[in-house]
Design a protein around this ligand. Sequence first.
Ligand SMILES: C[S@@+](CC[C@H](N)C(=O)[O-])C[C@H]1O[C@@H](n2cnc3c(N)ncnc32)[C@H](O)[C@@H]1O
Length: 196
Amino acid sequence: MSDLTSDTDLWDREAQTFDEAADHGLADPECHEAWRTLLLEHLPPAPARVADLGCGTGTLALLLAEAGYAVDGLDFSPEMVRRARAKAGDVVRFVDGDAAVPPLEPASYDVVLSRHVLWAMPSPSDALTRWTELLRPGGRLLLVEGSWSTGAGLTAEQTITLVEQSGREAHLRRMPEPVFWGREITDDRYLVVSPG
Ligand SMILES: C[S@@+](CC[C@H](N)C(=O)[O-])C[C@H]1O[C@@H](n2cnc3c(N)ncnc32)[C@H](O)[C@@H]1O
């Protein structure tokens, strides 16, 4: 069994209960509105073309499609993609594929968005190179990441360094507010925006 296959199996299992976390399912209207406001504050005006890499069950992709964006969601877990299609398949195009080498058209997106996926890439630096190649001139990168109490993740400093090493600017917006997570948090969660 390849590592990729064992990873997809792991995420297939995670998919069963994925939307139960407040920030995943966005079932609470205040939490949904907090994410909507945050993302729209940093996106170009709709309509614009967005690639959501490692889109999971498609919650953010749907939120953006409802706000008028043309969204392609990509994930390598068949169960995540099945759930995403059931949730948003009529307004979002979902693609099965590896975010490390996304099978999407280069230079064709205004925004590459990825939440909690860069940390899981075998080489975050190589992945970022591929991700920025998807952007049109002037396109922007939005990375939601964290350095979690479990020890997993990327620190804000690591993410900023990765973006800057790709030759781009990086702006940090820390996200300590409980409204994003459905509870108080003690670890470091944040958004890094890299404008075009
Ligand atoms: C923590 S979840 C985040 C899901 C979604 N971005 C969100 O925030 O709701 C990580 C997601 O990345 C996907 N993923 C991890 N490694 C991947 C890879 N190499 N290619 C595509 N998807 C990947 C998993 O299947 C999972 O859906």
